[in-house]
Design a protein around this ligand. Structure first.
Ligand code: X5A
Ligand code: ZN
Length: 621
């Protein structure tokens, strides 16, 4: 049945091709990136009659010469041949040499189709044959590097299409392309391909978790702004944690993406449309609703004369991705005003991230240089919720079950913006304050700043049986605990103080014996890089310690979240981070502290361990 011709109707391309389902795990192993993803999306759209209202297209294979604009000849050769018979015996091994990749007999064809499909619809939208389009493709593309398959991605579909428009179809007048990557993961491949190219403005919003979230490199940091002529044309919005949803994304749209898009004035927008930040996605841990996606898309339709191409990337909950794509299709078809509402405020960390990104890019995009109204910053955020297991036990071991479950709130924003001048932290590492950094198995180190002038006099006896004495002594000394990685996420860190667990922890933490809240929280950029000794050090024993890197450039900076806690609490944190509290069924915390005042004294005197010692530790790892 042909749709009735209506000159006001928007022409929306919809591309789906069953052949892209032939890429699957070689022996039918369960995998999140599986053929049912695109089938589920297509079925949903069909059940809602969407294809009838769209221009339905089938896939076309990309030609090697176009793929070659972003991938090396070697990589193209690999993907071209990987599904042929002569690779049958090597396919598994070759896949295992890549990060998160599988291959089967259908992989090669599906990869060429996915890339070719995004090219095809992009060309049609650029030409004006279509107003916009959705390419329901797989394998996804945004992690694929020029010479490397990665993260379920074989060819970088969106990058190939962007280069095709810019280099091969100049007559279509596409000079500036905005790529919006809203997949929950950072689009490392796309970023690298256009890093010094101002013709492509790459914008990615993704979970970063301080470098702990896949692909777990520094590439997704907001510091990565592009290079050379591309400086200012790469924008990363790195979430500090999961739980981000509609309100967080809309805040980023309103305060980062849209002002920039307005002044960049793209000729077309390509969306790396992963739906793994959707609510209930098994990998993403975020919670965008279909309504949220429809808003994000709607807000982009005001640019580039509405020329928008959506290319599927990730998204692993079949129902969530189908519902989300449906909502987007309806927006492109402009069927009716959006209905829905945003159910929450942005997270506190969202405002921090937005301000960091704006600060980093304001010299390139003047619209970002105006201060955000204080009203927004101070009142417009929601706290994180954390499960706590409260127990009356005074032991540092607490039963894992049976504790009451309550919700606590992150401390208020004013605490975080407390003036630095009040703090006793010495930027240049001279004078009294010392900085030492501890790292646990989860790469979350520590900064201490010594506060006790009488360390020797108060030194506790490590060998005293029982814990009362060292606890009471160390409870009188406060330190700044400088966290990295997952401990920068306050709700997670608070579990080590209050007990309980957050997403990502295998079991609840007992908490510190002294459960009083940190007396301060501050975010601070400190000079120098940190050196991480991973498991064990001579001075501090198990748990490991990281120090300011003795070879680091003075201009290097490390950004961290510091908590003011007592040295007693600090020791309890150390024990929990390193899972020592469970060994022998008895808390080791009852014995001796891992780090006491004499240890701090050593660091205070030496500023850090001698370089030789650090090198030995590095080798040992
Ligand atoms: C396209 C995409 C995710 C890879 C995760 C690997 N890739 N652990 O979402
Ligand atoms: Zn993803």
């Amino acid at each position: 049945m042909a749709a009735p011709e209506d000159p006001h109707r928007r022409r929306v391309g919809l591309l789906y091709d069953e052949r892209m389902c032939r890429h699957a795990t070689p022996d039918g192993e369960i995998h999140p990136e599986n053929p049912d993803r695109i089938r589920a999306i297509w079925q949903k759209l069909e059940s809602e009659g969407i294809p009838l209202r769209c221009v339905v297209l089938s896939a076309k294979e990309a030609e090697d010469k176009y793929i070659a604009s972003v991938h090396t000849a070697r990589h193209i050769k690999l993907i071209k041949n990987i599904s042929s018979k002569k690779f049958n015996s090597q396919r598994l091994r070759i896949a295992s040499e890549f990060n998160s990749i599988y291959f089967n007999k259908g992989s090669s064809e599906a990869s060429y189709l996915a890339a070719g499909s995004v090219m095809e619809v992009s060309e049609k939208v650029a030409k004006g044959d279509l107003d916009s389009a959705i390419a329901i493709v797989r394998p996804p593309g945004h992690h694929a590097e020029s010479d490397e398959a990665m993260g379920f991605c074989l060819f970088n579909n969106v990058a190939i299409a962007a280069n095709f428009l810019l280099n091969e179809r100049p007559e279509l007048g596409i000079r500036k392309i905005l790529i919006v990557d809203w997949d929950v993961h950072h689009g490392n491949g796309t970023q690298n391909m256009f890093y010094n190219d101002p013709r492509v403005l790459f914008f990615s919003v993704h979970r970063f978790d301080f470098g702990m979230f896949y692909p777990a490199s520094g590439d997704g940091s907001y510091c990565m702004i592009g290079e050379g002529p591309g400086a200012g044309y790469n924008i990363n919005v790195p979430w500090e944690q999961g739980q981000c949803g509609d309100a967080d994304y809309v805040a980023v749209w309103d305060h980062v993406l849209l002002p920039v898009a307005e002044s960049y004035d793209p000729d077309i927008i390509l969306i790396s449309a992963g739906f793994d930040a959707a609510v209930d996605d098994p990998l993403g841990g975020c919670c965008i609703t279909p309504y949220g996606y429809s808003l994000m898309l709607k807000k982009l339709m005001g640019f580039a004369q509405g020329k928008i191409v959506m290319a599927l990337e990730g998204g692993y909950n079949l129902k969530s991705i189908a519902d989300s794509v449906l909502a987007c299709a309806k927006v492109l078809l402009e069927e009716k005003p959006l209905v829905g509402s945003i159910k929450a405020q942005p997270l506190e960390s969202t405002w921090r991230v937005i301000q960091e990104v704006r600060h980093e890019l304001k010299t390139f995009w003047p619209a970002l240089s105006v201060e955000l109204p204080q009203k927004v910053l101070v009142s417009n955020w929601r706290p994180c919720s954390v499960e706590l297991n409260l127990s009356s036990s005074s032991e540092s071991i607490v039963e894992n079950d049976g504790g009451a479950s309550v919700t606590i709130c992150a401390t208020n924003f004013v605490e975080i913006i407390e003036p630095l001048s009040k703090l006793n932290i010495d930027e240049d590492n001279h004078g009294k304050a010392i900085t030492l950094d501890h790292i646990a198995t989860d790469k979350s180190p520590v900064v201490l700043s010594e506060e006790c002038p009488n360390a020797q006099a108060l030194m506790p006896d490590k060998n005293v049986d029982g814990c009362t004495r060292w606890r009471s002594v160390l409870s009188k000394t406060e330190v700044w605990y400088g966290s990295y990685g997952s401990n920068m996420w306050k709700p997670g860190f608070l579990c080590y103080i209050k007990g309980g667990k957050v997403e990502g922890m295998n079991e609840p933490c007992p908490g510190s014996q002294d459960k009083s809240s940190p007396k301060g929280v501050i975010w601070k950029t400190v000079p120098h890089q940190l050196f991480f000794a991973r498991s064990l050090t001579r001075t501090w024993g198990k748990g490991g310690v990281a120090f300011l890197h003795p070879e680091s450039n003075k201009n290097d900076k490390a950004y961290m979240c510091m908590y003011r806690i007592t040295l007693e609490q600090f020791n309890d944190v150390l024990l929990q981070e390193n899972s020592l509290h469970q060994e022998n069924g008895k808390s080791q915390g009852a014995g001796a502290p891992l780090l006491d005042l004499s240890d701090i004294g050593v660091v205070a005197e030496n500023k850090s361990l001698p370089l030789e010692a650090l090198k030995v530790l590095m080798l040992r790892d």
